[in-house]
Design a protein around this ligand. Structure first.
Ligand code: VGL
Ligand code: ZN
Length: 209
């Protein structure tokens, strides 16, 4: 790891994605100790936090007669309708208290626009509105992004694809992630990532510099 060029991006390690949470990811809590070990190998760590208003367009509850995990066509494309999750300021939106990365430099909150979702930490689901993360990473000289967190097939995958699109090397640390796996989404995510040149790595391969 080069302190400037390698950045660990820790995606959405929040209570609503943990077992028992509003949008529980199976075994989501198991990423925490793996990520804590990884965080010690990186001097440059960035966090993301899914951060929706209660009125958010991605919530099934905000569409009359619609149920969670159905899809809806929105002006920017197909949107999965989710259970209400990660509402700004709620306990469920908080980062897991055992996540141990006190040296993290930046926290990117995403999904805060009422009418647009954002799985990606880089560009919102309208594929036009940047979060500012690519600009930040370029400005500090980052070259390689290492991704961990939740969920493999949504926010991690979209972030990895957009990291590549923004010109960074992207590496998804598989055992530091867990998936939602809705209608084949996990297999599709790995296929899309492979096609885009995203590397699939394991945490044991990563050594501190
Ligand atoms: C996520 C679905 C909805 C994620 C966030 O963090 O992967 N998935 N919002
Ligand atoms: Zn969300």
């Amino acid at each position: 790891m080069k302190p400037v060029e390698d950045v660990l991006l820790i995606v959405d390690v929040q209570y609503d994605f943990m077992p028992g949470g509003a949008l529980a990811v199976a075994h989501g809590d198991e990423v925490v100790p793996v990520i804590n070990r990884l965080a010690r190998a990186f001097s440059h760590v960035v966090l993301t936090q899914d951060w929706h208003p209660a009125s958010h367009v991605s919530f099934a509850a905000n569409h009359e007669g619609r149920a969670p995990f159905e899809t809806l066509t929105l002006p920017y494309g197909e949107q999965v309708l989710w259970p209400v999750h990660c509402v700004q300021g709620t306990e469920g939106a908080a980062l897991h208290r055992d996540l141990d990365a006190p040296h993290a430099r930046l926290l990117v909150r995403k999904g805060h626009h009422e009418h647009v979702d954002s799985y990606s930490a880089f560009v919102e689901a309208d594929r036009a509105t940047p979060t500012g993360l690519a600009g930040y990473l370029r400005e500090v000289g980052a070259k390689r992004i290492w991704l961990a967190g939740l969920a493999t097939d949504y926010c991690v995958a979209w972030s990895a694809l957009d990291a590549r699109a923004a010109g960074f090397e992207a590496n998804v640390i598989e055992d530091a992630c867990r998936a939602i796996d809705l209608n084949g989404s996990l297999e599709k995510a790995w296929n899309d990532m492979r096609a885009a040149g995203v590397a699939r790595v394991q945490s044991a391969q990563i050594e501190a510099a």
